[in-house]
Design a protein around this ligand. Structure first.
Ligand SMILES: *Cc1c(COP(=O)(O)O)cnc(C)c1O
Ligand SMILES: [Zn+2]
Length: 405
């Protein structure tokens, strides 16, 4: 019985295989690498029943995670986030079986923590001492904090207008923080230069193979929380697309493990903002790769990614599940954010709100049917984005003064 049934890394493009016992970044063909396990062997010991008594974190699925030695696990107890029905909102938008998978309730306040926990644990296992990454904020925050916990030095480069709180999270962790007067793609070029010159571990999205493994646990959890009934639709706010790639990978692995029936896949929906929708454009044109989106802009900072390295994997997940890609407006995002707080008492991030806005539109188009089970991914806490809520001039009471209506 193994802690992990990890076997190797595989290129989804040219199928070259690599060892997971040393540092690997991209395949020599330029594609991200995927992590493979011996699921046949895992099946014998790793059963649904074994999960019942396990810790309430993503590490409950350690057999299908890439860390071989439990001593290398770097965790703050992340995972097994709430899975909650949104009854009132569901009635309002005529999707009665509407659920939220709520990643606002997790250390560092965004689901980036999943990728950081698994990615940093594996980095520690293969002896990484220093890493660098570009970020739109949340990933940098999570990776800097988990790096601190692991004793790894982290260099983080983020756009100057990324959410202030994420800058502070990096700063408080003691990470080496740099701001760039530009987009995440500009930050990426700066990191690329540093990595090339100094041979530091490149922790950019999909340039290290393990964060997908952390993010795929959202798929495992959704299925476990649904008692292994496959939902009809999962909507995901798509930037780099790692979460969507991960959820799709989880579904395929769960099939292979025999934990879910293999006659149904959830339709995966990539939700983007109108100001940055390269995946939507590619999907609408029936393409298998996206093009760089010029002058991208959206308040949903985590999904402001003009060109994703794993775009072909995202599109594959959409096509293979009969899903779709859809862009929503800034107004739709803000309106959805308010509506969710007012109907459901949950202050979610703009990226998460975009998925609810998309669910409403897809229901109106009848792409989602009224009897379908629909899951919206909220990828972070609304309280990380205080600037998204405007408060008008409030009256200031003096002590003892009465409230007049
Ligand atoms: C990074 C991020 C996303 C996009 O995640 P990907 O998996 O890279 O597409 C969505 N929402 C939030 C809050 C994020 O921080
Ligand atoms: Zn390759």
């Amino acid at each position: 019985m193994s802690f992990s049934y990890l076997t190797h890394l595989e290129c989804p493009k040219c199928h070259e295989e690599y060892s997971p016992d040393e540092v690997q970044q991209l395949c020599h063909c330029g594609s991200p690498l995927l992590v493979r396990y011996n699921l046949e062997e895992a099946k014998a010991n790793f059963t649904k029943e074994t999960l019942a008594s396990r810790e309430n974190s993503l590490w409950r699925y350690h057999e299908v995670l890439p860390v071989k030695n439990p001593g290398n696990v770097v965790t703050l107890g992340e995972g097994m986030t709430p899975f909650v029905q949104m009854e009132k909102l569901g009635q309002h938008i005529d999707v009665p079986n509407l659920f939220i998978k709520d990643e606002g309730i997790i250390p560092t306040g965004s689901f980036k923590t999943r990728g950081a926990s698994v990615g940093i644990s594996k980095a520690k296992e293969i002896g990484v001492k220093q890493l660098a990454m570009p970020t739109n904020g949340n990933a940098g925050a999570a990776w800097a904090l988990y790096s601190a916990r692991a004793g790894i030095k982290a260099t983080i480069v983020m756009p100057v207008d990324a959410p202030t709180i994420t800058r502070k999270e990096v700063a408080v962790s003691g990470g080496d923080l740099h701001l760039v007067n530009g987009l995440i793609s500009d930050a990426g070029k700066i990191v690329g230069q540093l990595v090339k010159e100094q041979g530091i571990y490149d922790a950019s999205t999909l340039k290290e193979p393990y964060r997908i493994e952390g993010k795929k646990t959202m798929g495992y959890e959704i299925l476990e929380q649904m008692n292994w009934e496959v939902p009809d639709v999962i909507l995901y706010p798509t930037g780099g697309g790692v979460g969507l790639i991960g959820i799709y990978k989880a579904i395929l692995e769960l099939r292979e493990l025999g934990w879910i029936k293999d006659d149904k896949l959830p339709r995966l929906v990539a939700v983007q903002a109108e100001g940055c929708a390269p995946i939507v454009k590619a999907w609408e044109e029936g393409k298998t790769e996206s093009e760089f989106w010029e002058n991208s802009e959206t308040s949903a900072f985590g999904i402001n990614v003009p060109k994703a390295l794993g775009d072909f994997l995202v599109l594959e997940g959409i096509y293979a599940t009969n899903g779709c890609a859809i862009a929503v407006s800034e107004n739709d995002i803000t309106a959805a954010q308010k509506e969710i707080a007012r109907f459901e008492g949950n202050f979610i991030c703009p990226e998460g709100a975009a998925t609810f806005a998309a669910a409403r539109i897809l229901r109106e188009k009848d792409w989602i049917k009224a009897d379908e089970t629909v899951i919206c991914l909220n990828t972070g806490a609304g309280i990380k984005y205080p600037e998204t809520v405007d408060i008008e001039n409030l009256p200031l009471l003096q002590p003892g003064e009465a409230i007049k209506n």
